[in-house]
Write a protein that binds this ligand. Structure first.
Ligand SMILES: Cc1ncc(COP(=O)(O)O)c(C=O)c1O
Length: 445
C-alpha cells in the first residue's frame, strides 16, 4: 500500500490563500506530490497529518542531528522559557555555549552568535573584507552559502551560461539582487587545485577570502580531493586571504571538532548552523582571535536583536553536551550506519536495474541517478553532477520512496542522525525495496 496525502493536500490549498505559494522557503515546494504537513516526530520517525509514518533522512535539512524531539532538549528549552524567552542582553548561558565551542573546535578562539547561517556568512564576508582591505571573495561552483545576495553567487549556473573551464561565470539564480554584488566574487571549480591556483593568481592581491563547504553537500555529496583544503590554506597564508570554512552542514556531524579536524586544516573563520541548535534558529561565527579584530574595534558592525537568544542557547548547550558525551564513538557510528544504508540502496538499485549511485562519507550521502549512457564513477564537481544526474528520474524515485515511508531530501541528499539505529536502516531498506519495484515498474523516461 502506498501512502496518500488528502489532509496535506487540503491544508496546502488552504495555505495558498494566505501564505505566498503556500510555503515559507522556496525549496519546500519541490516535495511531490504535495508539500507535506507534519504533526509530530520522535527519534528517527516523523508523522504527517494523514497519519503516515516516515523513517526520516531529511531531518530538518540536516539540523536534527539528534533526531526529532530528543529526550532532554524540550526540558532544557522549557526550563529557560520559564525564566525568560528573550532579553537582548547577556546571560551566563552564552558564555557556557561559547566555552564549549572553544573546547571542541581548534580554530574557535573566539565566537559570535546569530540566528541563521545565512547571517553568519554575511558577517564572515564583511569581516574578511574589512580585515584585508580587499573586496573579492573566491567561492566554488555549486557551493551554497545561504540565500542572501552574497551567498548564492555561482550556486547553480545552467550549462549554457556557466562559462569556460578556466573562467566560470558569476551568475545569481535570483532576480532583484544588487547587480554589483556579482562583481565582488570570483568563482572557481571545485576539486581542481591547479585551477584554483590559477584563479587566485589571476586576482592576486585582490581576494579577501576563500569560502567553501569542506565536503560539498549542496551539490551531490563531494568530498575534497586529497590536498585541496591544504592548498586553500597554503594560498590563504601566501596571499594574506582569510580561509572561511562553511561548516553549516558538516559542523558536529563530523565529530566535536567538525570537518576541519577530520581533514586536518585550521580555517581563520568557520560558519556554524543547523546541528549547533538541533532545530532551533541558532548559528555561530567562530575563528581565530585575530580574525575578529575589526568587530572588537567596532569598525565592523555585527548585530541582531535576537542574537544569543536564551531559548536557542539552552538548546545549543544541550546539543553540544550530547556531542561531548559521545566522545570517540562519534562520528564512527554515524558513518557505519550511513554506509550500511548506502550499500543497501546500491544493492537494491542493482537488483531493480536502476542506475542509482550513493556517494558520500555515510553520515551524509547523496544518491545520484545516472542519465542513460552516463559514465560510472564518483561525481567530482558541480559540472560533472549536472552532466550525469537525471533529476526527473530521481524525483520519480524519491516520490515512490516517500509513498512507502522513507523520506530523503528532495534533491537527493540523505542525513543519518544520532537517533537512527540499525533496525531503522533495515526497515528503511525493506520499504525502499517496495519503492524501487514501484519505480522500476512505472518510470518512463
Ligand atoms: C553550507 C550552507 N551554508 C549556509 C546555509 C544557510 O543556512 P540557513 O538556511 O540556516 O541560513 C546552508 C543552508 O542549507 C548551507 O547548507
Amino acid at each position: 500500500m502506498s501512502y496518500t496525502f488528502p489532509r496535506s493536500t487540503e491544508l496546502f490549498s488552504r495555505a495558498q490563500k494566505s501564505i505566498v505559494g503556500g510555503i515559507n522557503s522556496g525549496i519546500r515546494k519541490m516535495e511531490a506530490p504535495v508539500p507535506l504537513y507534519f504533526d509530530h516526530g520522535k527519534g528517527s520517525r516523523l508523522w504527517d497529518v494523514d497519519g503516515n509514518e516516515y523513517i526520516d533522512f531529511q531531518t530538518g535539512q540536516g539540523a536534527l542531528l539528534y533526531g526529532h524531539a530528543p529526550a532532554g532538549m524540550a526540558e532544557a528549552i522549557a526550563e529557560q522559557a520559564k525564566k525568560g524567552t528573550h532579553w537582548a542582553a547577556q546571560c551566563e548561558l552564552e558564555i557556557e555555549v561559547a566555552e564549549r565551542l572553544q573546547k571542541m573546535i581548534p580554530g574557535a578562539e573566539r565566537v559570535r552568535f546569530n540566528n541563521s547561517a545565512t547571517e553568519v556568512v554575511l558577517a564572515a564576508f564583511r569581516l574578511a573584507r574589512a580585515h584585508t582591505g580587499r573586496k573579492l571573495i573566491l567561492k566554488f561552483e555549486g557551493h551554497y552559502h545561504g540565500w542572501a545576495d552574497e551567498g548564492l553567487v555561482g550556486f547553480a549556473p545552467p550549462p549554457d551560461q556557466w562559462g569556460t573551464e578556466d573562467e566560470p561565470t558569476r551568475l545569481h539564480p535570483s532576480q532583484g539582487v544588487i547587480p554589483e554584488v556579482l562583481e565582488q566574487f570570483v568563482v572557481a571549480r571545485w576539486n581542481d587545485p591547479e585551477h584554483l591556483r590559477k584563479r587566485v593568481d589571476q586576482y592576486r592581491g585582490k581576494i579577501a577570502a576563500i569560502v567553501f563547504e569542506p565536503v560539498l553537500c549542496n551539490t551531490s555529496c563531494i568530498p575534497p580531493v586529497s590536498g585541496l583544503l591544504q592548498t586553500i590554506r597554503e594560498l590563504c597564508d601566501r596571499d594574506g586571504m582569510m580561509m572561511i570554512a562553511d561548516e553549516t552542514i558538516t559542523g558536529f556531524r563530523f565529530g566535536a571538532g567538525c570537518a576541519q579536524t577530520h581533514f586536518g586544516v585550521l580555517p581563520d573563520l568557520t560558519i556554524l548552523g543547523k546541528a549547533i541548535g538541533g532545530g532551533v534558529p541558532f548559528a555561530a561565527l567562530v575563528g581565530k582571535e585575530a580574525s575578529f579584530a575589526k568587530i572588537l574595534s567596532g569598525e565592523v558592525v555585527h548585530a541582531g536583536t535576537l542574537n544569543a537568544n536564551p531559548l536557542c542557547l539552552a538548546a545549543a548547550k544541550w546539543c553540544l553536551d550530547e556531542i561531548l558525551a559521545l566522545g570517540d564513538t562519534h562520528p564512527t557510528q554515524l558513518i557505519d550506519l550511513g554506509q550500511k544504508m548506502m550499500a543497501g540502496l546500491h544493492h537494491l538499485a542493482d537488483q531493480h536495474r536502476i542506475p542509482l549511485r550513493p556517494q558520500g562519507p555515510g553520515l551524509v550521502f547523496h544518491t545520484t541517478m545516472l542519465k542513460p549512457g552516463a559514465e560510472e564513477g564518483p561525481v567530482m564537481s558541480y559540472r560533472d553532477y549536472v552532466q550525469r544526474h537525471d533529476a526527473p528520474r530521481w524525483a520519480h524515485l524519491r516520490r515512490c520512496l516517500l509513498e512507502k515511508g522513507v523520506r530523503a531530501i528532495e534533491r537527493g541528499l540523505w542525513f543519518v542522525s544520532l537517533a537512527h539505529v540499525e533496525a531503522d536502516v533495515d526497515e528503511a531498506l525493506q520499504r525502499a525495496s517496495l519503492a524501487f519495484a514501484q519505480h522500476a515498474e512505472t518510470w518512463q523516461s
